[in-house]
Design a protein around this ligand. Sequence first.
Ligand SMILES: *Cc1c(COP(=O)(O)O)cnc(C)c1O
Length: 405
Amino acid sequence: MAFDVHKIRTDFPILHREVNGHPLVYLDNAATSQKPQQVIDSIVDYYSNYNANIHRGVHSLSQEATNAYEAARKKIQLHFNSKHNHEILFTSGTTHGINLVANGFSSLLKSGDEIIVSAMEHHSNIVPWQMLCEHTGAVLKVIPMNEEGTLILSAYDKLLSQKTKLVFVNHISNALGTINPIKTIIEKAHAFGAAVLIDGAQSCSHIKPDLQELDVDFYVTSAHKMCGPTGVGILYGKEVWLNKLPPYQGGGEMIKEVTFEKTTYAELPHKFEAGTPNICGGIAFGAAIDYLNTIGFDAIEAYEKELLNYATQQLLAIEGLKIYGTGSAKTSVISFNIEGIHPYDIGTIVDKLGIAVRTGHHCAQPIMDFYKIPGTVRASFAFYNTMEEVDKLVEAVTKAKKMLT
Ligand SMILES: *Cc1c(COP(=O)(O)O)cnc(C)c1O
């Protein structure tokens, strides 16, 4: 199927609205993606036709809902290629998944153990580990990055030792767009017997990972970054690890038997899925995966590369504009500043022209500290953005620069 961006755009109702009297140009995809009609329809269908609680009822509606929810888990398993279906746990999103793992490790770590994170993590991938270190006496180490925004792997080699128990790295930095060499990072950690968690929140909309090929121990992501709804995501964990970790929350659904003397826990994945989940969200997540796969990740990657190259070239033509994150392995995220202008002011002016970009530290303050800047303007592109939209952004930024200097 040929990649036809104009046809794809007809699937996204929101892309046809106006903002401040201008057609919306949505370039904040790294914060959340827009939703195609197919995903919206699956949500409407669930609540209109078969809303019921799952795994419990003998009645037909409950069975329909259970089947649809479990079919979504199957789709997700096939998409990410995990070995077992029960290694895919539904969560409320990336942050929840990371906290679940951090909480589990608090009973496995002891004082003096070490955890390694990267210098370009999202706050949700820093704070839970700091909390874990406080509880256990484990020590947090950081893989540094260079000016280009690329991790320094020789420094990573020096941090690794027998004391290393866990390594946490994002696949793609949401603030810089850098694609990290996760396969190498995983192999090096495994040589020391350490487990690795990959944060796939930023990569899942651009790259289809193969979890078995990566041999990763844990992988987390959020549906809303890949055309699905908010409030749902997954934690993948290798079976051996999920069996080792204690349950995260107690409640319904996660038990086998409960007496006041002792409770035994349910089998995977239910051991980690206490309470009524986001049933509709899980089903719509499955619909989003179907949608993305009909377009195809090879086509998405190739087209986004064109968008990135064109936008980079056009933006750099603006005098005084500096891009942060200039490594060769990069997705369609451009973080930039113009000398002497606060990013917030640029963001405000381009919004008046209907263009949605993000300004600020992008939940990655350590990166901003590294570059000694308060924040950046971030334009993040998805497969439904167009070259004409890049032109509009460049025109708007040029105009903002004139107004502000
Ligand atoms: C968005 C994002 C998160 C947080 O995801 P939530 O859906 O807010 O839990 C974590 N890491 C990265 C790299 C992200 O882009």
